[in-house]
Ligand binder design. Sequence first.
Ligand SMILES: *Cc1c(COP(=O)(O)O)cnc(C)c1O
Length: 518
Amino acid sequence: MRISSGRPGVPPPLIMEESREGRRAVDLPEPDVPEAELPGRMLRESNPDLPEVSELDVVRHYTRLSQTNTAIDTTFYPLGSCTMKYNPKVNEMAAAEPGFAQSPPLEPEEATQGSLELLYRLQGALCEIAGFDAVSLQPAAGAQGELAGVLMIRAYHEQRGDAGRTRMLIPDSAHGTNPASVAMAGFEAIQVPTDRAGNVDAKALREACDERTAGLMITNPNTLGLFEQQIQEVTRIVHEAGGLVYGDGANLNAILGIVRPGDFGVDVMHFNLHKTFSTPHGGGGPGAGPIGVAKHLTPFMPGPLVVAEGDPLPWENEGVSGADGDRLLDGNSTAAASSEAASRRVYRTAMPPRSIGRVKAFFGNFGMLVRAYTYIRRLGPVGLRSLAENAVLNANYLKALIGDVYPVKYNRPCMHEFVAVGNVVEGIQTMDVAKRLIDYGFHPPTVYFPLIVKEAMMIEPTESEGRETIEAFAETLRRIAREAREEPELLHGAPHVTPVSRLDEVSAARHPVLCYGG
Ligand SMILES: *Cc1c(COP(=O)(O)O)cnc(C)c1O
């Protein structure tokens, strides 16, 4: 048996390799009732192929794997576009409250008033933060929010009998999920170029807009880490052509409390709670991608939404955000929010009249919603704004520390992230720099995205990190640039400290071997 703790070049054993015939992790007591035979058709023909290990083997195995992993709790994780910020433990405590964690999803509304109230308040807070009239918490990820939003745009045009709008405009800096969502919703994706300053090219946008335009999907701050300087002009051009504006809210972290997408002309936007509001992610989930909409799209939202008895429905009269959202984010109002009057309200669910339907069972990843709400309430309006300011400050500081060595193509003050290039000398590529960072204990930044910057290295330090970490990371990147010149083979062979070194990523994608020993 290999007993390895993931040493360099030695992959930790699979749990099947640790198996020894007859070894057990549990001892069942002798039965105190007569044994009975199971019906023959329910019997297996052979034993299941399970590892035979002791409890200590199991604990050591999974603890070792968890330590072989990279996580925000153990290291700096500057993965641009993903906002790998610290997940405060108070969020976990709130999500673990038995009333939330152990509430079965089929419980009737009378028995889950507390959970419904939390969802209602989260809807209100998100409306207020981003300037929308209503929020649906249904989608389970940003990408699912995109699909829901684009389907709503389609439903909106169809309902007005405006059937010729078949095209969705997308800047060439966009995340790959944008064109994918557009295609899934049955639209044609039309690419709009970026201008020299790193903004969407307004002239090209104007030329691309016509009576076939269903809308524009835009990320602001965009994936170059830059605020779209002409955003109001951009949304006006699209609206004048009869289209709607979808906002990709993945980068909301940078502008919280400073500017609201609903105010600069976005009609519908997803939030990535697992990015902006610090719910843990990575490894594929769980996530939460609520969507906020302006008044005219409320009838089409995915549902159900949580509403308070006696309030106007979001799709009637005024908005759903209204008083509650304002009260929630007024710094001194914690007492008011939990006042007796508030706790006497009755919450229920409601489906918008022309809803595109449900996009997730029950209330999505409910624990994520509890964490996000906890985070928002913990920080309050002043804290949310200062997190955005610190995220921007950290990114600009890091850019200043490394920009002379790793050039930044669109070089103006950035938001919460920036895009540098990693091919610092002939023969060295961004991938080599990224892999070498692992040897120094840092998670690499996002690489080769956005596609419009060759050899891109997209770095997002987040607001969670202190000055020492940022400086240590910058110092490491500068040292790697020196190594690239003096000992390039160190970079080509990196990482050197991991159980598995560099993989053949093309073969892994094209010819994946999914069975052990297969
Ligand atoms: C992360 C991201 C998405 C997709 O969000 P998921 O929650 O991962 O589905 C879309 N656009 C941008 C710009 C992103 O960074």
